[in-house]
Design a protein around this ligand. Structure first.
Ligand code: HAM
Length: 433
């Protein structure tokens, strides 16, 4: 037993180890493949940003800014925050680096760690990963539809077939004020039933009441006015168009008039996708339009739309293992005398089979235990990093070494063949010749 160490991962953070980490990598590879096929390039922004950035964009009265940020002073007294989300950083970078001068629209995707000081539970961590995309510079409903089509393309590629989008449209400008007033008028007579935080929200930003986890607040909101009655003509037309484009694209959706999303920057379209199997933390992704954020952050007035997927939650509910099936060539030296020859053999196999795994057994356990290990991997060893379709054991004993040959056994068919070393890099073994 290893000595008990007093060092522990910080609460709400976790180590991703193989094979789980390989599932994350496979999901990220699928995101890159799908998103790049729509013209999205990857953006990587810093994990650290100025605190002010999130206060301005996500909003002072949101749960995220109010009580969930990891904020600290650096050695020069500057207030910094570990990013709780990635849209603010993308907008900051786009403005700072003059990306708005590039041909439009700007299509960017990202993956990376986010930090929120929330109560950890299933599907909710203090350090978690998001995969997201932002489409900047197009105002029309076609941009909402493209983003959602790309998202569903990605989800379907991972095997999800039952998911549906919850869709809403939040009023902007004067209509938002009218909606906020109507909400206040509904809630104020019952304000004594609200908790302190929610009472504050009634006055400061009543839309945020919809984020409340308090059942009392939810009960009061049950009969409250909802967004759709307050849309101005432009927003209503935009929403109608988004819905018709989604229908045409075969994206299933339901209207959710109480969905406002927990970040202040949203305008017009907002959406979420929820999934079973996650308990209370059932939103696997969220997004929407943020047509005022660029101007609010001091940049040019650029409309934008995007989403972020909670990667940890996604991996937890995936219908099948996203890792690609790979062949394993298990190079097995008879003793330590054959290690050096075995390494050359494994190298030659890697050259001939770039998609395969060629692993050299360096344990010195010999043939019979080595074969047992190889069979264990083929039968689905839950700790092995990769998903294995076939194992070919490449035995190299003293005879093979002196004759410069290898003996290959395909485990599922039990077929055996002896090949000269020189043929290893040339022939694609295992394929029909
Ligand atoms: P969000 O809804 O705050 O939106 O987060 C997106 C997703 O991140 C959530 O649906 C959830 O799956 C995941 N998530 C959030 N908090 C946690 C947590 N503590 N543990 C695990 N997963 C979590 C945004 O962040 C926006 N920036 C999305 C966006 C991009 N809107 C426009 N562009």
């Amino acid at each position: 037993m290893s000595p008990a160490s007093s060092y522990r991962a910080v609460k709400g953070t976790r180590d991703l180890l193989p094979p789980e980490s390989e599932k994350f990598a496979a999901v990220e590879a699928a995101a890159r493949a799908v998103f790049s096929s729509y013209g999205y390039g990857e953006i990587r922004t810093p994990v650290l940003e100025s605190t002010e950035l999130f206060a301005r964009s996500v909003g002072e009265t949101t749960d995220i800014v109010h009580k969930e940020m990891y904020t600290f002073l650096d050695r020069k007294g500057r207030s910094l925050t570990l990013r709780p989300e990635n849209t603010a950083g993308v907008v900051r970078a786009a403005i700072e680096r003059g990306l708005e001068r590039l041909p439009r629209p700007l299509r960017l995707w990202y993956t990376g760690e986010q930090f929120r000081y929330e109560r950890p539970q299933k599907g909710r961590y203090r350090e978690f990963r998001q995969i997201g995309a932002e489409l900047v510079g197009v105002a029309g409903a076609a941009s909402d539809a493209e983003v959602l089509t790309m998202l569903f393309d990605f989800l379907r590629r991972l095997g999800f077939s039952q998911l549906s989008v919850s869709l809403n449209c939040v009023p902007g400008g004067q209509a938002r004020e009218t909606f906020a007033d109507a909400l206040r008028a509904h809630v104020r007579p019952q304000a004594s039933r609200l908790n302190e935080d929610d009472r504050r929200r009634v006055e400061e930003n009543p839309l945020r009441l919809f984020d409340s986890k308090d059942p009392e607040t939810a009960a009061i909101l049950a009969g409250a006015p909802t967004t759709l009655a307050f849309l101005d003509a432009d927003a209503a037309a935009h929403f109608a168009q988004v819905k018709s484009l989604l229908t045409a694209a075969g994206i299933p959706f339901t209207e959710s008039p109480t969905l406002v999303r927990g970040l202040d920057y949203y305008t017009v379209t907002v959406f979420e996708v929820i999934s079973g199997g996650l308990g209370a933390q059932n939103a696997i992704l969220g997004g929407g339009r943020y047509d005022n954020l660029f101007a609010d952050m001091g940049g040019p007035a650029l409309p934008a739309v995007g989403f972020a997927i909670g990667e940890d939650r996604l991996v937890e509910v995936m219908p099948h293992d996203p890792r690609p099936l790979r062949e394993l060539w298990y190079v097995l030296p008879g003793s330590s005398d054959e290690f050096s020859y075995a390494l050359r053999v494994a190298d030659a196999i890697r050259g001939a089979h770039p998609a395969a795994v060629a692993e050299t057994d360096m344990s010195g356990r010999g043939f019979s235990k080595g074969f047992a290990r190889a069979s264990q991997i083929l039968s689905g060893d839950a700790t092995y990093p990769f998903r294995v379709s076939e194992v070919r054991v490449v035995s190299v004993g003293s005879e093979e070494r002196s004759e410069q040959t290898v003996k290959i056994k395909t485990l599922s068919s039990r077929q055996e063949e002896v090949l000269p070393f020189a043929a290893l890099g040339v022939h694609a073994m295992g394929e029909k010749r």
